[in-house]
Design a protein around this ligand. Structure first.
Ligand SMILES: [Zn+2]
Ligand SMILES: [Zn+2]
Length: 414
């Protein structure tokens, strides 16, 4: 472990800081509430406890932690619990006074008027659980890979030669926490509104609209949510929206599990509203909605983790984690999340003979022949930072030495 702690971090090729000392300044330990530095500080103690756990059980704990963080991050579990209780008949909508007076009075404009009675009892559990899981489980995942396996990144990391600086890690946790507040609050408000008898198209009796629709709505909701996020994401990569909103999420060229909610608040609310739309427009059983939402959040964590996770055999539509990691490394390409087919369909899937960087917009990249020498050299260097283990096939995007020579020769000629 001593060896591990003395490993210098590459940190985007600039400054280097000794592992575990991010919160130590001028010999004094600063109080730092960030889960990351806390986990780094207590690495020795955590490792000692961890060694007593059998390896296979340890892996199971890590998997369950990622799953828990994934499904709870947006506070949507509060909606799940509420609908589950209602399904079992344990929840009765509160009886609200029916004010038949048609004349407007300012004092009527309370929470009750907006069908938000008892809002706080939906808000605080939503916020508490979201934050606890974000810091503790996010911190655990960070420790499990980024601290514990710091010395062998080529075994697990998508970009093994590059790390976020401690400043950027803090920055992503700050923005991640801020947006998490909005997400969890919005989930609390929506659930409270529905629980007070507010308008919604959610239903509970499985066969209410027939069994065919009950089964069919699972892929329908999943495809709706995924295709909508593909287009929203692609839109936020248009120059104006990118520079003013989405660029914030792309500060993290080597994303980590904490990056998933580090999104501009405007963009985040926009996405959440679009994703929640089926609750108000489609006759939908609550189970199909939350299955799809949890699946998406879970993969949000996996895809931002920076770890070379692969999709399972039963998810032929699902790209491996490197797909979205590529999006962070190369910016305007691979806009889809859980169905990579959207990028193939619309021509925004990464191609070997195209180059991509933050200044090349619209998802189609630039032909290697049209690129400047600097762009070509930067791109070749960038490709060398990728981990072959993150791919199933032999490095689909890496140029061989022969190809590099040929490209450079042709480039000089033109
Ligand atoms: Zn993006
Ligand atoms: Zn991302």
């Amino acid at each position: 472990m001593a060896k591990k702690q003395s490993v210098k971090l590459a940190e985007n090729g600039k400054a280097s800081v000794e592992n575990g000392k991010a919160s130590v300044k001028n010999g004094k330990t600063r109080f730092d509430p960030m889960a990351v530095t806390w986990m780094e500080k207590y690495d020795k103690q955590i490792s000692t406890i961890w060694k007593t756990i059998p390896e296979s059980f340890g892996k199971l704990i890590a998997t369950v932690a990622i799953f828990m963080l994934g499904i709870s991050i947006n506070g949507d579990w509060i909606g799940f619990l509420f609908h589950f209780k209602r399904q079992l008949g344990f929840y009765q909508a509160p009886v609200t006074a029916n004010n038949s007076s048609s004349s407007f009075r300012w004092q009527d404009l309370g929470l009750e008027h907006f069908k938000l009675n008892d809002l706080w009892s939906f808000m605080w559990p939503s916020l508490l659980i979201s934050y606890s899981l974000y810091y503790f489980i996010g911190g655990f995942i960070h420790w499990y890979y980024y601290v514990r396996q710091r010395s062998n990144p080529e075994d697990w990391k998508c970009q093994p030669k590059k790390w976020l600086t401690p400043e950027l890690e803090k920055d992503e946790i700050f923005w991640g926490s801020l947006t998490l507040f909005l997400n969890a609050a919005m989930s609390g408000i929506l659930t409270c509104y529905i629980s007070n008898g507010g308008y919604s198209t959610v239903y509970y009796r499985m066969n209410e609209y027939g069994w065919i629709w009950f089964v069919l709505q699972f892929p329908v909701v999943f495809i709706y949510q995924d295709y909508t996020t593909y287009w929203l994401h692609r839109m936020y990569h248009w120059p104006f929206l990118y520079k003013h909103f989405h660029k914030l999420h792309h500060r993290y060229k080597q994303p980590t599990a904490f990056s998933v909610t580090a999104i501009h608040p405007v963009e985040s609310v926009h996405i959440q509203l679009c994703l929640s739309a089926p609750l108000f427009f489609l006759p939908i059983h609550w189970l199909s909605f939350y299955t799809s939402a949890f699946y998406a959040y879970y993969h949000g964590i996996i895809d931002h983790s920076g770890v070379n996770f692969k999709a399972f055999w039963w998810q032929p539509w699902q790209p491996d984690a490197i797909f979205h990691d590529n999006h962070h490394q190369y910016f305007h390409v691979n806009f889809a999340f859980n169905i990579s087919f959207w990028d193939k369909l619309h021509g925004t899937y990464r191609q070997k003979d195209r180059i991509y960087n933050e200044d090349i917009f619209y998802g189609v990249g630039k032909s290697v022949d049209a690129a400047s020498t600097k762009e070509l050299n930067d791109d070749i260097e960038e490709r060398n930072l990728e981990n072959p283990l993150a791919y199933r096939a032999e490095m689909p995007y890496k140029f061989s030495d022969k190809e590099v020579k040929k490209l450079k020769r042709e480039h000089i000629k033109s």
